[in-house]
Design a protein around this ligand. Sequence first.
Ligand SMILES: NC(=O)c1ccc[n+]([C@@H]2O[C@H](COP(=O)([O-])OP(=O)(O)OC[C@H]3O[C@@H](n4cnc5c(N)ncnc54)[C@H](OP(=O)(O)O)[C@@H]3O)[C@@H](O)[C@H]2O)c1
Length: 293
Amino acid sequence: MRLIIIGCGYIGRQLGARLASRGEPVIGVVRSEASAVLLAPLGIQARRVDLPTDVPDALETAGADVFHLAPPPAEGSTDPVTARLVETFGEHGQPRRVVYVGTTGVYGDCAGAWVDESRAPEPVAERSLRRWDAEERLRTWSRETGGELVILRVAGIYACDRLPLARIRSGQPVVSLDEAPWSNRIHAEDLVEVCLAAMGRAPSGSVYNVCDGHPSTMTDYFLRIAEAAGLAPPPQIPLARAPGQVSAGMLSYLRESRRLSNRKLIDELGVQLRYPTLADGLRGCFGDDSRQA
Ligand SMILES: NC(=O)c1ccc[n+]([C@@H]2O[C@H](COP(=O)([O-])OP(=O)(O)OC[C@H]3O[C@@H](n4cnc5c(N)ncnc54)[C@H](OP(=O)(O)O)[C@@H]3O)[C@@H](O)[C@H]2O)c1
């Protein structure tokens, strides 16, 4: 089986290492030399391709299992990376299956409601429009070629080496706990398991929310991490003062609130999360000494 990881970065490396450890040849596509050199020690064969500008003449996609983790560019409302990838399939051969790692932003603001995969997406932020465009292009590809497709709508990814400790140490403020919108998370290790399950056994055409099923607010997230790490809690400010005091990216997240259900992921795909709560995840980082998060 030919295994290709398009966008073989932080998650792709963990996924690729798992696949390579089974003795399966894995190709990891990245843009930069700095990212490429990280792959060989993990048993992943690196290919440097900058979708959409490069022509990937050596990407044997025919019959392959393709994990697509490359993000869209930072601007615009469409995803030329996915557009080029689909063209590449036409040029080099159709994959057997594509597992796409997208985002939960496609649902837009849900005013704090619980959201499962039956909810009609209403993306508003440009970053979410790009993700919706990617989903739509892949659905069209699947419909037109018969290629199998599984879409993962992934919540905020965290892991021990991916906690916002620097931000907390810098003393940047967060929105007050009672005004902060709902947000959702998934531990990186669990996301890797979900990717494997999606490729291995999800029915084609499926969409899954990928989250731990225990939403809280971004403020709660920062406060719990600070406590577990023994750092001073970040100062809280009223939501109305956020525009002048938090980054544009953070502001865009503060405009949306939703609680994501992972019931389909657990009940239908049969994934057993290693870190079903933030408390479990932080215990894995800081040991049993960390307070209950
Ligand atoms: N951060 C979150 O909480 C979150 C939540 C939901 C979904 N996601 C998405 O999940 C995916 C995996 O996340 P991650 O943390 O593993 O991301 P990451 O570490 O940034 O890795 C992305 C990889 O994609 C490659 N890439 C980017 N643009 C490319 C292009 N035009 N052509 C070819 N390769 C390209 C990068 O290569 P170079 O390093 O060489 O540039 C990098 O290897 C990403 O799409 C991310 O946006 C993230």
